[in-house]
Design a binder for this molecule. Structure first.
Ligand code: KIV
Ligand code: ZN
Length: 497
């Protein structure tokens, strides 16, 4: 079975994404996660770019990860020395090779570029490091020149050559042909680096593998310059699940890796992102959800499951929801519903959906409670009695909650970065560390400073059960507390059942 290596450049090209700048401790956390994920190479940064960048690369090199650590360098001695001083296993040198980039960005002739590249490969190899050579803008470079420079660095014993589609203009068939041609004339391993300007980065990377590329450059969540780079999870799962081509990636960590990078970079993935997006395995439409509940591969690819990538399948309620999925959600939460009651609940859900409202799990349960009978005070795990919140420019926001938890009086307090944060910490403090808030969204329903605030909160327990609930109040703190308490009450109730 063919095996392809994974070169991750989240910490280098990914970090070049406008708006992303990672402090050293974030870079280290991501590097450790990438190592856990099983990537073969981590491009940790561009050591000569700044002191901070040098220190981050050096720190990552010192972690003794299983993955090889790589540093980027131009074909200048100072850059290469910075990478070598940062103790990297591999130096990745790059130089423009297309007519347009040579003319406008380097003051060298084509022959000088080849000579300098060979000299740099020799220099890196003589220092005992591995070398990757990139012909920048390869896809807009004349093929004869590209072949000549790759042949020259191959003879100089570079360990691998990289074919970057720097401005994302390649298309799968053309890129396939290019890689095929290079593969036929070179013996050195070939790596590809695709940008996503036309949304083809993953398709081009895939085409390159089919044409004989040995390694793929990818980033977590596809972050990178402009429209980004080829997305790691998508490329890997296409290879694993569709082509049965092996990589070293432990796919069950793909989702958690994506979430970590989302959190640390602040770049949130749209819900419809393949493989790792919130909706990647979610079903709302009645027909689909019904099919999936019987046999998941009816309306999913089948060759990739949420478990394979560390994700979860979700049945979402909305105006497209079907009876079966509503019944399943209710039964999973411990409700017993007969056909007549189910019909009434179903009609109510449709009515809310038709009004353009999102129907959360909690909305469904609230509807069910009304139709099946109220959730009694003693059935609620938490009843909040009193809330006190202090905030101001001279004090640390603090919240004190007085509540009954499983029938027992409790008082908790917490501090936070603001009054909402402090209150939410106090609420989760009531039930212990095992419950965490994974999503929080606040909207103003009406205009003006007395607007009604609507808060959506998702809470999750340590076993991965999660509930989304809504709270509304004119006071943003109370709206937030209500939402969390609602979600926690139902989560605990479901666990009990
Ligand atoms: O896009 C590109 O060409 C690069 C090189 C440094 C490989 O990022
Ligand atoms: Zn790039």
């Amino acid at each position: 079975m063919k095996e392809v290596k994974v070169f991750d450049t989240t910490l280098r090209d990914g970090e070049q994404m406008p708006g992303v700048s990672l402090p050293l401790n974030y870079k280290v956390r991501i590097a450790k996660q990438l190592d856990k994920l099983g990537v073969d190479v981590i491009e940790a940064g561009f050591p000569s770019a700044s002191k901070g960048e040098f220190e981050a690369v050096k720190e990552i090199s010192s972690l003794n990860l299983n993955a090889a650590v790589c540093g980027l360098a131009r074909i200048v001695k100072e850059d290469i020395d910075a990478a070598l001083d940062a103790d990297v296993d591999m130096v990745h040198i790059f130089v423009p090779t297309s007519k347009i980039q040579i003319e406008h960005t380097v003051k060298m002739s084509r022959e000088e570029i080849i000579d300098k590249s060979v000299e740099c490969v020799d220099y890196i190899k003589s220092h005992g490091a591995k070398c990757m050579f990139s012909a920048m803008d390869a896809t807009r470079t004349e093929i004869d020149y590209l072949m000549r420079i790759f042949k020259a660095v191959e003879e100089a014993k570079t360990d691998i050559v990289n074919v970057p589609d720097t401005v994302g203009v390649a298309t799968p068939f053309k890129f396939y042909d290019l890689i095929r041609q290079l593969r036929e004339h070179l013996t050195v391993p070939i790596d590809v680096h695709c940008h996503n300007d036309f949304g083809l980065a993953v398709a081009n990377t895939y085409a390159a593998v089919l044409a004989g590329a040995n390694e793929v450059q990818v980033t977590v969540n596809g972050i990178g310059e402009r429209a980004g780079n080829a997305d790691l999870a998508q490329v890997v799962m296409i290879l694993h699940s569709i082509e049965k081509i092996k990589t070293s990636i432990k796919t069950e960590y793909l989702f958690e890796t994506s979430k970590l990078v989302e959190r640390l970079t602040g770049i949130k993935m749209p819900p419809n992102t393949p493989i790792v997006g919130e909706n990647a395995f979610s079903h709302e439409s009645g027909i689909h959800a019904h099919g999936v509940l019987k046999e998941f591969s009816t309306f999913e690819p089948g060759v990739v499951t949420p478990e394979m990538v560390g994700h979860k399948r979700r049945i979402v309620i909305g105006k497209h929801a079907g009876r079966h999925q509503i019944k399943k959600i209710l039964e999973d939460a411990g409700y017993v519903v007969d056909e007549e009651k189910l019909n009434q609940i179903f009609e109510k859900v449709k009515e809310i959906g038709d009004r353009g409202k999102r129907v959360t799990d909690l909305d469904l349960f609230a509807i069910a409670e009304v139709i099946l009978g109220e959730l009694k005070r003693e059935e609620r795990a938490i009843n909040v009695e009193e809330v006190t919140v202090l905030t101001g420019n001279k004090i640390t926001p603090t919240a004190v909650l007085n509540a009954e938890v499983f029938g027992e009086k409790k008082v908790t307090s917490a501090i936070g970065v603001g009054p909402v944060d402090a209150s939410l910490k106090a609420v989760t403090g009531l039930v212990g560390e095992s419950i965490r808030i994974t999503e929080f969204r606040m909207d103003a329903i009406t205009g003006g400073s007395d607007a009604l605030a609507e808060v959506y909160v998702t809470v999750e327990d340590e076993e991965g059960h999660s509930f989304t609930a809504r709270g509304a109040a004119q006071d943003i703190v109370m709206a937030s507390i209500n939402a969390v308490i609602n979600a926690v009450n139902y989560l605990l109730r479901m666990k009990k059942k």
